[in-house]
Design a protein around this ligand. Sequence first.
Ligand code: C2O
Ligand code: CU
Ligand code: CU
Length: 467
Amino acid sequence: MRRRDFFSLVSGGLGATAFISCSKEFLDEPSLISAARPGGGGGGTTRYPLRIPGVVNTPNDYPLNCINVGSLDVGGGKKVSNFWSYNGEYPAKTLIAYRGQTVSINLKNNLPEETITHWHGMIVDDRNDGGPIHHVATGGLEIYNYNFPIIQRAAMNWYHPHPHMLTGKQVNLGMAGAFIIRDDEETSKGLPSGEYEIPLIIRDVTIDRNGNLSYKPSSGGFNGQLPMVNGILSPYLNVNKGVYRFRILNGANSRIFGLALSNGASVKLIGNDGGLLPLSSLQSRIDIAPAERLDILIDFRNLSGTVMLKDMRSGWDLLEFRSTGNNGNSYDFATDITSIFTSLGAPATTRVFSFDGMTKINGLEYSMDRIDWRVPFGEVEKWVFKTNGNAPHPVHIHGASFQVISRTGGRGRTYPWEEGWKDTVLLEDSETVEVLIKFDGYRGKYLMHCHKLEHEDLGMMANFEVI
Ligand code: C2O
Ligand code: CU
Ligand code: CU
């Protein structure tokens, strides 16, 4: 496939320019919005129970079947089709494993095109990392067997397809799930658990006139018309008078969410991509870019009635919390949560990466068989990300977590949710972000790319090798 054919192919012949104008009309047409949003817009929106994905503990020969048949219940029995999924579910099962365990997963591809699954945030060897080079052909005959030990700290990671130029489409049509790692340090904190620990995959979605999930991206990114949390369009969650832990993933292709509670209350930020932060803090708004994760506690002990989790950027209502009035857990919200953190220290090498336009890193589009740089195993390096425009570029690295040390230009600061360990960091227009990174998991080939999936698919991605 030539890259210039890319958007005409995925959008079924509709050019990018045509899409932008059509999407605008679509947004301005109230009947369509209310048709797609059960119960209609305005004050009286009918809301449906949040879906809590099922769990698989320590996946062992776990079958992951990629399929494009079936429909997704987006709340109240309303079904949408053109749904692509892992095992027919969105979100796919939450996989959970403990540090030190080994997991095995068998991928089968029954999609009409190639795919491969990547374990975003997980430190695994090249063959298990699921980059585009390992793609599995369509037809359902070949099984790709993943088998890897869990060698990193507790965190919520996630899994999604990563085939060459098709990632945005496959993720957008419904292929994603969470992968939670636990360890002794985190377990010792006694954080809210069981029904008080809930993963939230937040994204945007477009549903066309015929009730199909619709992926019509432009090179500036997919811009969905409705918010969706755990596959439900207008969800609510009944909460007891207690403290809940939410494991949040921005599962959108390109949208950034500005999360806040409608009553202005602060949440307690305890973790991000790479697990618990060195120190928790109270936050009234947190911005989260595609592929970033957050670990937050919300105190519902004094909630009577309802409160809304909102996206302050779009004004969207994301998830309504409804108090049951019942007593919940007795977790002490005031306790600070701390976690062991060691700075990586002085870098041996500095590399500068410029995210150019919407398709290139350091002037080059991705090529599957080109290795752009080589990194010595076990050495600390400073990587500098910069861009002149076309942001946001959520920069993601495979194979290791990193520490964000500075941001200059643009917003000119780093944020509390960028402390600790990260695998994705947001680069806005004219910003320069510096990170420290050390690859001490495995030698082999890994990827760095923009996690605005349309930029990734257009070529804003590079191979490097840890040697
Ligand atoms: Cu979540 Cu290389 O991706
Ligand atoms: Cu990744
Ligand atoms: Cu980008």
